[in-house]
Design a binder for this molecule. Structure first.
Ligand SMILES: C[S@@+](CC[C@H](N)C(=O)[O-])C[C@H]1O[C@@H](n2cnc3c(N)ncnc32)[C@H](O)[C@@H]1O
Length: 247
């Protein structure tokens, strides 16, 4: 495929959210976040193993496949990307073809993970949670499938403070809710940044609390919006207690 062929196909596949380098052809060179997601990957990728030989990877909300393709480049044995938007998956499949990287892409919602029994060494859950009406449900489902690490990213708004959670709170004392480190999830009823699929935006304390509550212990925080987490026994407990019986 010549550069001209690639350029033409990139254009035919519609607007790209991720800026990929397809043999010198940039897919989203004027992205409002800069060279996204390569600019975030410099820090996130440095906190992950340089080689992923033998590992399996699930990329939830994979978009045009940037992270899935990067893991395959690092030698991951099995890489599966899922996304709810078929348009982005067409871009991902084209990118994999141009880069000659073997990655599977499936048209699936994160909620379909409820029916999945395969676990993955690494689960990427980047930029998806705030697009969901049922964020904690999705996080619980994803946590159960994580064998070694989850790489999690969310947009954050509000106070950046954190504080350890109390074991319990007094019903008559409203003061904890006014503390800057109290977890808060902001609900967007209409639209945020022109996008009506932005539903829940956490502050930092809420993002970390939700991860812990889903059985994901943050072990690294390579950049402001991203946590690398290890699964704890609580993920199975949540699955058995809250989810399995209801599905
Ligand atoms: C902000 S983009 C993030 C893309 C990529 N993970 C990244 O970090 O660059 C959100 C992605 O999540 C996908 N998405 C939204 N809702 C989803 C759902 N219910 N299940 C799976 N993917 C979803 C969108 O189609 C989109 O590709």
């Amino acid at each position: 495929m010549t550069s001209a062929d690639i350029r033409q196909q990139v254009k035919a596949l519609g607007e790209w959210f991720q800026n990929l380098d397809l043999k010198g052809v940039a897919t989203a060179p004027r992205h409002y976040l800069g060279d996204y997601p390569a600019n975030k990957w410099r820090q996130i990728g440095a906190a992950l193993p340089a080689r992923m030989d033998g590992l399996s990877v699930l990329d939830i909300g994979c978009n045009a496949g940037f992270h899935a393709l990067e893991c395959r480049r690092r030698g991951a044995r099995r890489v599966l990307g899922i996304d709810a938007d078929a348009r982005y998956l067409a871009q991902a499949r084209f990118a994999a073809e141009v880069l000659a990287l073997e990655v599977e892409f499936e048209h699936r919602s994160v909620y379909a993970l409820a029916a999945m029994r395969e676990r993955f060494d690494y689960v990427f859950f980047l930029g998806v949670m705030y697009h969901l009406r049922y964020p904690l449900y999705a996080l619980d489902l994803a946590a159960r499938l994580t064998r070694q690490r989850m790489v999690f990213q969310t947009m954050l708004r509000g106070n950046e403070a954190t504080a350890p959670p109390a074991a319990d709170y007094d019903f008559w004392d409203g003061s904890p809710f006014a503390q800057p480190g109290f977890p808060k999830l902001h609900f967007i009823e209409q639209s945020y940044a022109g996008d009506p699929t932005n539903w829940w935006i956490p502050n930092r304390a809420a993002a970390e609390a939700m991860l812990r509550s889903a059985g994901l212990e943050p072990v690294a925080h390579p950049e402001a919006e991203t946590w690398i987490c290890a699964p704890t026994e609580r993920a199975d407990y949540v699955w058995e207690r809250e989810l399995a019986g209801t599905l």
